[in-house]
Design a protein. Structure first.
Length: 382
């Protein structure tokens, strides 16, 4: 009998130990200061689109210790120096290492650092002071866990000047008669017109343009100063043929959003009118009826020239639909169903996979298609 009783005690103790190590709803066991981050050399960084792929600095830090061996996923967080960190401060993933790794290091290129600092509130072209730190969590811990184990590093202050992400890519302008009615200027020769970007910097451009006039006319222009590098339609009357020439292009589908591709070296282009709508089980109308987004025309808005809509969304799937027959949509980069990021830019692509709202609540849906190299969506809690 004593042996049976002793075996039961050992069994209960073993189960308790297992639960305490695997249940991320228990109290954290890591201290908040178990990572040591080394300050990057220099400490002052002027970032530019032309050097986006080059190294800004090497981030190095010691391993997080949780009291048990684990694969640890690390991220870097940033805030402006006058603010304090929280666990939800803007961040970017760095790498996953085992908790007994001798050295942890990530080469931070200018593009990644720039995106992080812009998310933290940095101003384009303005030198600012920022705090950065490393945060580590067991890689198996649920992202939704609010009281799982977490380790954070010391805070390091850097000075940096962010750049406009548009500057990473070559572009052409789309001046025309629609400009003044669409937040730009009519036939602007000073670059105050919509732009199309080349994600590969290879002379192939694409993008969306909102034309808020019933009978728009326009051209493509490789130089906003009208230096003779403008190209239109080869047909004398400007009707669409898809071949670049010297005449104004005159779409017949009226006001609305148009999607363009332009192959400048080949002298060809495509043009198609598009709807801009959110649809899916997460939306009030389900998969049967789209909810159209509105082009933001307010220059004071943080979402100026983006498509937005305030909606009550459920924790379910959705897409951005651009055509009623489902032949053109926007979704995840992977093509698989993924949770969309709440509050930060979530990169998407044409004909990607379903996105999923992570939690039911009211959101401002923000679709930013100004830069074809960085189509992105934001679900801003309201």
């Amino acid at each position: 009998m004593k042996k049976i009783f002793l075996s039961l005690i050992l069994l209960v103790g073993t189960i308790s130990t297992f639960v305490s190590c695997s249940n991320d709803e228990l109290d954290p066991v890591a201290s908040s200061n178990t990572i040591s981050m080394t300050a990057p050399t220099g400490g002052t960084f002027v970032l530019t689109g032309a050097t986006a792929g080059t190294t800004a600095f090497n981030a190095t830090w010691t391993s997080a210790q949780f009291g048990f061996s684990a694969a640890v996923s690390y991220s870097m967080q940033a805030v402006v120096s006058t603010q304090s960190f929280t666990l939800t401060s803007p961040s970017i993933p760095l790498a996953t290492y085992n908790s007994d790794a001798a050295t942890n290091e990530k080469v931070m290129n200018q593009r990644d650092l720039n995106n992080l600092l812009l998310s933290a509130g940095g101003s384009i072209g303005t030198s600012g002071s920022f705090k950065i730190r490393i945060i580590g969590k067991p890689s198996t811990q649920l992202a939704s866990s609010t009281n799982g184990v977490t380790a954070v590093s010391n805070e390091v202050t850097i000075t940096a000047t962010p750049y406009d992400t548009f500057d990473e890519f070559t572009k052409i302008w789309v001046p025309g008669s629609y400009g003044g009615a669409s937040t730009f200027a009519d036939w602007s020769g000073a670059g105050n017109s919509a732009t199309l970007f080349s994600a590969g910097n290879d002379g192939k451009y694409e993008g969306f343009v909102w034309m808020n006039v019933p009978s728009p006319e326009f051209k493509f222009n490789a130089d906003p100063t009208w230096s003779g590098r403008d190209r239109g339609e080869s047909n004398a009357n400007g009707s669409y043929s898809g071949t670049l020439g010297g005449n104004n292009i005159k779409p017949v589908d009226g006001a609305g959003t148009y999607f363009f591709t332009v192959n400048w070296p080949a002298g060809t282009y495509t043009m198609a009118k598009r709807q801009v709508a959110i649809i899916g089980a997460a939306t009030p109308n389900g998969w049967g009826t789209p909810t159209y987004l509105t082009f933001d025309t307010n220059p004071a808005s943080p979402y100026f020239r983006m498509y937005t809509k305030d909606l009550a969304l459920t924790a379910d799937e959705f897409l951005i639909r651009l055509k009623d027959d489902w032949s053109v949509k926007m979704g995840t980069l992977s093509g698989n169903t993924e949770n969309a990021t709440t509050g930060n830019q979530y990169k998407i692509k044409l004909n990607g996979g379903n996105m999923k709202v992570p939690a039911a609540r009211n959101y401002k849906v923000v679709l930013d298609v100004r830069n074809s190299a960085n189509y992105n969506l934001r679900l801003m809690p309201i």
